[in-house]
Write a protein that binds this ligand. Structure first.
Ligand SMILES: Cc1ncc(COP(=O)(O)O)c(C=O)c1O
Length: 399
């Protein structure tokens, strides 16, 4: 029976009891059984800040100039983390919205092309296909080899007069790999063709800078590459902020007036913006600003170190099951892709894991199919031990 809006409202306690009954069906991060999510329980300090300022609406920034100023500062902190504090942008609904905005910017920079194309590796996130569908351009996908890398010579020759933009990924959704951003930049520069270069670091943005701090040798993936014009980096993933918070970050000197939509009638006064959303939450922006100021580099480094140590621990423990389970690539960040080492399909293993209450990300469209584990802060070593035990039982039973 469809639920109706009641004529007379129920008591608060009854309503809360009903909600609690419903959410009892939800999975909880603290069980350690959610192994395939890029989100986690937000930091308690971020939750506290967000609950203090629920009314802030950045869709009307003239009414909330203080919140708006802290949004600009949050973007500067993110830019600084990613190699250039001279940036503009917004905290947006998530990685998808940021990528859609980036593709609109790319298209705006090269208007009047009859057959616009965006060049991106096969592993590119679905949000780019959404953008292509909304805006009527084509994604030219670069094929990957057995190591999930694309050929730079092929990339070079795929750029043509219809190319409006290029996407590189710093932390792929499936395996957490980093594209050769620096080499891509050099090739783009050699074309002298105003091609917009966007890096999707939705996941890696809050991981790679801190792994670099910890002494890991990492290729340049961010604004340190001079040709990179904009980036996506999500506070609601490894940034430990509340959902919804992604970010679109554009180097300041690329901002053009044509990018802004005019919203002339607002109570706070006219302004221009380039977001998809109109009305949007300011409290998560304040939470993000507050959490970044509170944790600092040191705090995020500690979060990343723990996730990385647990990733290495998981990798070691998986070697005990090597006869059955392999890895698609050695992990570069806290994302690990398992593959089947036998003729038992990964889909069967995924099904059996789900039946035992483990939730991983199954990438059936990859070759070979990949079962992804994201070692988020809620994934601790005792849960990894139980997982290895369960996985061991499953693979032995299936063979
Ligand atoms: C590389 C990458 N980009 C973009 C996104 C989309 O982020 P969101 O789900 O916050 O829209 C994801 C999500 O997994 C991602 O891995």
């Amino acid at each position: 029976m469809p639920v109706k809006l009641p004529e007379k409202g129920f008591s608060k306690s009854k309503v809360i009891a009903d909600i609690n009954m419903a959410v009892a069906d939800d999975q909880q991060y603290d069980t350690g059984h959610i192994l395939g999510s890029m989100c986690t329980t937000p930091h308690t300090f971020a939750i506290k800040i967000a609950s203090m300022y629920p009314e802030k609406n950045l869709g009307d920034p003239g009414l909330f100039p203080g919140t708006s100023r802290l949004e600009a500062e949050t973007i500067q902190m993110l830019g600084d983390m990613l190699g250039d504090e001279h940036v503009v942008g917004n905290i947006v609904g998530g990685g998808s919205e940021a990528n859609i905005i980036a593709m609109r910017v790319a298209k705006k920079f090269k208007e009047n092309l009859e057959k616009p194309e965006v060049l991106a590796p096969e592993t590119v996130h679905a949000s780019f296909y959404k953008a292509a569908d909304f805006m009527g351009f084509k994604i030219k996908a670069l094929k990957l080899d057995k190591d999930f890398e694309f050929d730079l010579a092929e990339f070079d020759s795929a750029i043509n007069k219809n190319t409006i933009g290029v996407v590189g990924i710093a932390g792929t959704t499936s395996l957490g790999l980093v594209d050769p951003i620096e080499q891509m930049g050099k090739i783009i520069e050699s074309k002298n063709n105003d091609i917009f270069f966007h890096v999707d670091a939705a996941f890696g943005g809050f991981v790679l800078p801190f792994l670099r701090d910890l002494g890991y040798k990492l290729p340049k993936f961010d604004f340190l590459v001079p040709q990179v014009m904009s980036m996506t980096c999500d506070p609601h993933k490894m940034g430990l902020n509340l959902i919804p918070s992604g970010s679109f970050i554009l180097r300041e000197h690329f901002y053009k007036d044509v990018l802004g939509f005019d919203i002339p009638y607002l109570a706070g006064g006219a302004f221009k913006h380039f977001n998809v959303m109109g009305t949007r939450p300011g409290n998560v922006v304040l939470a993000c600003w507050g959490l970044m100021r509170h944790l600092g580099r040191e705090g995020y480094r500690a979060v990343v170190k723990e996730c990385w140590d647990n990733t290495l621990y998981l990798r070691e423990r998986l070697k005990e099951l090597e006869k059955y389970i392999g890895v698609a690539r050695e992990p570069m960040i806290n994302v690990l892709g398992m593959t089947s080492n036998t003729n038992v399909p990964m889909s069967e293993i995924d099904k059996a894991l789900r039946n035992k209450g483990w939730y991983l990300g199954f990438f059936r469209n990859m070759n070979p199919p990949i079962e992804r584990i994201v070692v988020m802060p809620h994934v601790k070593s005792p849960a990894i031990d139980v997982f290895i035990e369960d996985l061991g039982k499953i693979v032995r039973e299936l063979h």
